[in-house]
Ligand binder design. Sequence first.
Ligand SMILES: Cc1ncc(COP(=O)(O)O)c(C=O)c1O
Length: 461
Amino acid sequence: MLQAFKARDMDWKSGKVWCYVYDAGEDPSEITKKAYMSFLSENGLDPSVFPSILKLETDVVRMVINLLRGDSNAVGHLTSGGTESIMLAVKSARDKARVEKPHITYPEMIVPRNAHAAFHKAAHYLCVKPVVVDLDPKSLTVRASDMEETINENTILLVASAPSYSQGMIDPIKEIGAIAKRHNLLFHVDGCVGGLHLSFMRKMGYEVPDFDFTVDGVTSISTDLHKYGYAAKGCSVIMYRDRSIRKYQIFACTDTTGYTLINPTVLSSKSGGPMAGAWAVLNFLGEEGYKKIIQKVQDATKDLMDGINAMDDLYVLGKPAMSMFSFASDSMNVYQLADEMGKRGWYLQGQFSTSQMPRNLHLSVSQGNAGNTDVLLKDLSECVEIVKSKPPIDSDAIKSMIAGALQSPDPEAAFNHLADSAGLSGTALPSEMAFINEVLDNLPDEFCNMFLVNYFNDLYV
Ligand SMILES: Cc1ncc(COP(=O)(O)O)c(C=O)c1O
């Protein structure tokens, strides 16, 4: 029955899904599964009962710290994923500020527009204000000087990405580190996708700007093992330059009738499976294994970006640093292109426009899909022609529907009506996304978020 549930899932094993799954190949996957299952029931809640998990966690964290060139003072933890690692970095900054800067009643963190939404989620959960800095429209990365100008007496944390997921570019980490130092602020580098991949690239001789603990001013880094570490999902590392910051991450509570609770991370009970899986795959692949994968992935990324740039209607955005990038078009609707590719089994991820960025489609190239570049490019160029021969989505009509809904005396009802007509209601999943994406992309952010919350509230039991 469980296998049958997957009938409508996209076939990631064929390498046609360009995000969400990082498939290391058969042998590493088998090793991961074996290791994962052998620690399925052990609980990371209590290292005194399961010292094996403490050993696993310490081993993996030290390996990643070494790769990110932290010294012996650097410390870290394994978490369930990038979002948890980021939430913990924000919590540590908030709680440190509560002690050291008690005059701050509503702390702020400065977040470039290209930072992952996990920072906004952390801000929302932890009552920290995210102050968003727009990108330089030329380089499509944040300008360090814009970050500095945004600092005020409530700022507790600066954030940058190496690289950002959306367009795959690295923010000016060195310059931002210098600003963090100058203003005595914490600085988190989101290396969730890039931490491992970029570090190995540097070792292979690729030109990679410093983004890790060698940069003065960087105080914490997140790096996911379940992305370009090719570990099973549920494993990321949050690292700090030293224990004096990490101590604000840890939570203890004895004020109940229950057992003594000491939690370094958000989860309390947690399976040893993801940690054992990560430990196994890191050791199984080793530096040579990762380098081989990265060579294949970087070659494929170059072929893809060159192939896309060679098409008259499409162009890659910015100068991606590793294996993730997005492309846009000035002559056609890329959401329609994604739907057309979907009919051929491909999944390309639609991303919304911002004032500095056109709407675009994202690809994360990894071991599992790197062998598909030629077929992808062939299908892409055919689908471009198909979409161009079809009537475009009537963007103006959508804009006037939205303008009407915004002026309605009951905007929520009007937007629910709009959601119905966009196919975003009820318990059915949409099969084509172009019209829905067109509507969402044209909505003001707060209405778009309301739309999506209502949709999920209906979709799940
Ligand atoms: C740069 C970056 N940071 C954070 C995250 C959040 O990671 P997760 O989905 O593991 O919570 C992602 C996810 O893609 C990411 O790309």
